[in-house]
Design a protein around this ligand. Sequence first.
Ligand SMILES: C[S@@+](CC[C@H](N)C(=O)[O-])C[C@H]1O[C@@H](n2cnc3c(N)ncnc32)[C@H](O)[C@@H]1O
Length: 320
Amino acid sequence: MAELFEFESRPVVIGECYSPENDATVYLGDRLELLKQLPDGSAALVVTSPPYNIGKSYERTIALDDYVSSQAETIRECVRTLAEDGSLCWQVGNHIAKDSEVVPLDMVLYPICKSLGLKMRNRIVWHFEHGLHCTKRFSGRYETIIWFTKSDNYYFDLDPVRVPQKYPGKREYKGPNVGQLSGNPLGKNPSDVWILPNVKNNHVEKTIHPCQFPVELIERLVLSMTRPGGLVVDPYMGVGSALCAALRHGRRGAGADLVPEYVAATRERITAAFDGTLKTRPLGKPVYVPGPNCKVAKNHWETAADEAGDKSESQESTLF
Ligand SMILES: C[S@@+](CC[C@H](N)C(=O)[O-])C[C@H]1O[C@@H](n2cnc3c(N)ncnc32)[C@H](O)[C@@H]1O
């Protein structure tokens, strides 16, 4: 797991309009107005979670076709700003239509990305435990991040985001490598299913925003898809979690939002991210560790492991 960037003692440079000299550009206004300020090929990573057109406090519900057209406009402009070896990550859930029909937004947006020449590298499933309790369908407990690159020659470094091996000391017991470690000592690939808590009321990162990214979700993308100094762009930045992830690791950031309170919160958060005082849930922290008196959880794990026919896994899996 990557070490945090060595924080600088100088004050952070935050601009209201884009300049390559800014550590962060925090634009109050529409995403296209910000994107048009960015030169062709300037962004190493565009990562965002757009409005889902579901009537949240910060959005006006519009016809699905109009929503898709406006997303296409945003994505087209993002692709222009993207470096040849850059990545675009769109984090989405479902749009719920008036008749309660579920419309998975990644399916709707995939053809737009393809038509702009992007190539998909992963469809990452982000699983979390907290959300609405549905009565007429199963409660939604995952969203996706669709990751595209502009070319085949894209930047990707797995090492800073490896996670601990399940059996770190395990060695080959036969064949030409007998006695050698069977897994990578730096850790294993985190896979395309990420289990990270979403930001609800008791989360250390909670702000005034109703649906902010956990910073660690974006840190994985920043660390694996950008080099130090690279520009990370979030066209729908909310309270700036993506910019915080960028600044915590020596990258630059640029984002836009229409809501002045979110922009003000972003400025505060990135100032703290830059000087190392922003409180975040640490990268790699286990999701859930039942205490010794937690009988329900213990029984749950043991039952699950018994059903899987592997008693030894039950001890491991309490650490998820
Ligand atoms: C899902 S939230 C993003 C939250 C963000 N990921 C975070 O961690 O705080 C979507 C954001 O898009 C903003 N937004 C909606 N329409 C916009 C537009 N046309 N231009 C810029 N931002 C917009 C909303 O105000 C909202 O904060």
